[in-house]
Design a binder for this molecule. Structure first.
Ligand code: DGY
Length: 427
């Protein structure tokens, strides 16, 4: 058994370092992933602040002209991963995927500034216009009607790829006859019962095919694409990241940016209400074409505290739901409510626990005055790696380690918890 120590966590991060950026884990994910890198920076901050900033900066080496920071940057050809750059067909340099991932970077950048010195401020200042462009892209391309509710065009854009949240949107997808044969590589690395099914992959690739064939025209994809849902994780992370960007704008005395961000935040707050489901007692995913709300609580619902979303009554209801769900699990916080149909304790995002989600949830709960719940979740996060090692995700009922081993973001969060890296309150 791997023992969870700072030395092991640091060694994993060093081993996954490809020079300026880390891979999430060798083999299964051999490229740079956007939000993985943002969390990796938090881990690097425990032993090498310069390297932490490099990790954030390299994310923007793949930034598109329209501001989007893509979810994968393909720097070296590595056939151990599918779908690679040829399937995405985005024609960018460096090659990248065609959509984004939850915008965590500003949250980590603000934290580095607030715990650092003039050098941190200088690095943040250099990154600031790129962050503004990326946040602007989210607000423009993923919310063209300016409602305050941002959508995603692929479950991979949520980072919570295989959550039952997406079933409603996935069920609407017709798999085209000319999708073609392909060879999945993920199940070469991880047992099939811990990964998405083949039917799910056909749908993932149908969405990529649509994007590629329209030249990743995001207006067209939003309007006519095969999948459009709103995700509490993206909504609340963006909300939180907008608030943290506002703090940076204040530090840089950038009045124009301050006004723009204030408008975004006002809209975020209003848009978030479209995710509230009274019957479920929480914020949930929403199918955008029909307006249908998913009827279950997830770990993404619990990010409302982190984003600073919801009324006092809504937050009280959510905290109550959190207690009920935690009572059912040996380790919190599960990625799908165990009381609901569809819960699978070992399958990717259909039940397992994720360190990065826990770190954000605990930070939000602390800021909202639920220190007991935050402490329970932080405790579980560290206990899981002590029991099972630095896996990608964990079984909430047994604590078994699942998915890829020696995972960068699990190591990074363990270091962050060891050093008590938290976030300031959201509002
Ligand atoms: C995968 O291939 O499963 C990745 O999570 C997509 O981002």
């Amino acid at each position: 058994m791997t023992h969870a120590t700072s030395e092991t966590a640091t060694a994993i991060m060093r081993a996954n370092d490809r020079g300026g950026y880390t891979v999430p884990t060798a083999g299964l994910y051999p490229y740079q992933w956007n939000w993985d890198s943002a969390f990796a920076a938090l881990g690097f901050a425990a032993f090498d602040r310069d390297r932490a900033w490099r990790e954030l900066e390299t994310i923007f080496e793949g930034q598109w002209a329209d501001g989007m920071a893509p979810h994968i940057i393909f720097r070296n050809h590595d056939p151990s991963y599918f779908p690679g750059p040829d399937i995405w067909g985005s024609n960018t340099e460096p090659p990248s995927s065609g959509h984004s991932q939850p915008p965590v970077v500003a949250i980590v950048a603000r934290w580095l500034v607030e715990t650092g010195d003039r050098e941190d401020l200088r690095r943040a200042h250099a990154l600031f216009p790129k962050l503004m462009a990326w946040h602007g892209w989210w607000h423009r391309e993923r919310d063209p009607g300016e409602t305050g509710l941002v959508a995603i065009i692929h479950p991979w854009e949520s980072g919570r790829d295989n959550c039952p949240d997406w079933d409603a949107g996935m069920d609407r997808i017709t798999i085209p006859d000319d999708l073609g044969a392909y060879h999945r590589r993920d199940t070469d690395w991880v047992a099939a019962d811990q990964r998405p099914t083949h039917e799910t992959y056909d749908r993932y690739l149908t969405m990529v095919k649509f994007g590629r064939e329209c030249g990743w025209d995001h207006k067209r994809i939003y309007r006519d694409g095969p999948f459009l849902m709103a995700d509490p994780c993206v909504q609340f992370v963006l909300m939180r990241a907008d608030r943290d960007l506002a703090v940076l704008a204040e530090r840089f005395e950038d009045d124009a940016a301050r006004r723009t961000i204030a408008d975004w935040i006002a809209r975020d707050i209003e848009g978030a209400q479209a995710l509230w489901n009274d019957a479920a007692g929480g914020f949930v995913a929403r199918e955008m074409r029909t307006g249908a709300l998913v009827d279950a609580i997830t770990n993404a619902s619990m990010l409302a505290f982190f984003g600073g979303a919801g009324t006092r009554a809504q937050q009280a209801e959510l905290a109550d739901q959190a207690r009920q769900i935690l009572d059912l699990c040996r380790f919190g916080f599960p990625s799908w409510d165990p009381r609901r149909p569809g819960f699978e304790q070992r399958r990717y995002w259909r039940g397992p626990v994720w360190s990065v989600m826990n770190w954000m949830i605990a930070g939000g709960l602390d800021g909202a005055g639920h220190a007991d719940l935050a402490a329970r979740i932080r405790h579980d996060t560290r206990a899981l790696v002590r029991q099972s090692g630095f896996f990608e995700y964990f079984d909430p009922l047994t604590g078994d380690g699942l998915g890829g081993p020696d995972f960068t973001w699990t190591a990074a969060i363990d270091l962050a918890l060891e050093h008590e890296f938290g976030t300031a309150a959201a509002a």
